[in-house]
Write a protein that binds this ligand. Structure first.
Ligand code: GDD
Ligand code: MN
Length: 392
């Protein structure tokens, strides 16, 4: 394989001076059967990092330099990745810090994992054998762990342990299919977006333990804006992943508004109140069905197992009636156990009202969503991606 190790640099002169010879002399010699290259992506570092690289380029033909303007770490990587894929025809690219926080001696292990079948190898600090600097203050450790935890849960990637690592090896057959010009971030959070997409493309992922060392020379370029941006990127990607559920909630909300307005309208028109309620409920059911059919589940049209329009409409109506039954039953049980009135934090409230929210949130919504997916629109007949994590 042709493997390009991308080293982004900004003011890393003293580090790159040691890094390139070390890679060439100590590391590459231990890796057999691959064509290895170093691509330094430097953003016109004022300290003259590029001059050092140019000097080494004379000595080692597999050293390459790409210079540009400073537009964030993600931009630098995207520039490097595109160059590696389009100009150098790489089979795999590695993301690697130039500041010795990543140990170059770990590179062979990441490559071996790919030799053994992985498409995407993550140098992981949070599995057995991996570590973060013990010098780090408690709050920094917590931030790093917590950030990763949020992203894992938001992405439903419970089987991965380190999603914010900056040490990765990616097959370009997958990277090519990531829309690198449309990332949600071109700073540090770029890596969350690429990871998200590569995993969704069905890449076989393998985590390899790495120790992340404390920086000794130069300064970190990450700041608190990067933290906030990471959260934003995670949220945006999670909404994208769960967009069917978000639409489902939204449609439910519109149903609520429809029901209220139609009730009011019918009363104005002179209907008896109990008729007004029933007409409004059915109108809301119909409008919910239409919106879900066209929008939330619009992509299931070709699923023939779901049956015709009328069939789905009847199922939907039945499910809606069942929800009303469930709410009635849970109120009945609650009244039986707690009495007509419940006291919460000193406030007395009718049991029916107190039980409404938990019933809707914990029973009605999940159940409806399940029924819509499995019984009415049958989304399981759609092609879905599967997370493929290789574990020991
Ligand atoms: N070209 C370029 N442009 N390089 C940059 C830029 C930039 O805007 N910003 C940072 N770099 C280079 C640095 O010179 C260094 O070689 C590498 O990218 C990592 O940057 P650091 O500033 O040292 O990052 P860090 O140590 O704070 O963050 C590391 O840990 C994070 C996880 O805790 C990195 O490995 C991150 O990728 C990782 O997410
Ligand atoms: Mn660093």
């Amino acid at each position: 394989m042709k493997i390009i190790i991308i080293l982004p640099t900004y003011n890393e002169k003293t580090n790159i001076e040691k890094m390139i010879p070390l890679l060439e002399r100590e590391v590459f010699s231990t890796i057999k059967g691959h064509d290895l290259h170093i691509l330094v992506v430097d953003d016109k570092s004022p300290d003259g990092t590029a001059d050092v690289v140019k000097k080494y380029r004379e000595k080692w033909k597999n050293v390459h330099l790409l210079s540009g303007d400073k537009q964030g770490l993600g931009r630098a990587y995207v520039r490097g990745m595109k160059y590696a894929m389009e100009e150098m025809h790489a089979d795999a690219v590695m993301e690697f810090d130039a500041d010795f926080q990543h140990d170059p001696h770990d590179i062979p292990r990441l490559i071996s994992a790919m030799d053994e079948g992985a498409d995407y190898v993550i140098g992981s600090r949070y599995i057995k054998g991996g570590a973060i600097p013990k010098e780090w203050a408690f709050d920094r450790k917590v931030k790093s762990k917590l950030g990763g935890l949020i992203a894992r849960y938001a992405f439903f990637m419970f089987r991965l342990h380190d999603v914010t690592s900056g040490f990765k090896l990616t097959k370009t057959s997958f990277l090519k299919r990531v829309q690198l010009d449309r990332l949600y971030s071109y700073n540090y959070a770029y890596k969350l977006h690429i990871l998200h997409d590569v995993v969704h493309l069905g890449a076989k992922v393998k985590e390899v333990p790495i120790v992340f060392y404390e920086r000794t020379k130069g300064k970190s370029k990450m700041d608190t804006n990067d933290m906030t941006e990471s959260l934003y990127v995670v949220l945006k990607l999670a909404i994208y992943d769960h967009k069917r559920f978000v639409k489902f909630l939204f449609v439910g909300g519109t149903g609520f508004i429809v029901q209220y307005s139609i009730t009011y309208l019918c009363i104005l028109l002179g209907f008896a109140q109990h008729f007004a309620t029933m007409i409004a409920a059915e109108t809301a059911i119909l409008s919910n069905f239409t919106l879900n059919n066209l929008w939330t589940f619009g992509d299931t049209k070709h699923v023939k197992e779901q049956g015709g329009f009328l069939r789905r409409l009847i199922k939907f109506n039945t499910a809606s009636l069942a929800s009303i039954g469930i709410q009635g039953f849970s109120t009945y049980l609650a009244v039986k156990f707690f009495g007509e009135v419940i006291t919460i934090y000193g406030y007395s409230i009718h049991t029916a009202l107190a039980i409404l929210f938990p019933t809707i949130i914990f029973i009605v919504l999940p159940l409806n969503y399940f029924v819509y997916n499995k019984i009415i629109w049958k989304t399981h007949h759609l092609k879905k991606y599967k997370q493929q994590v290789i574990s020991e």
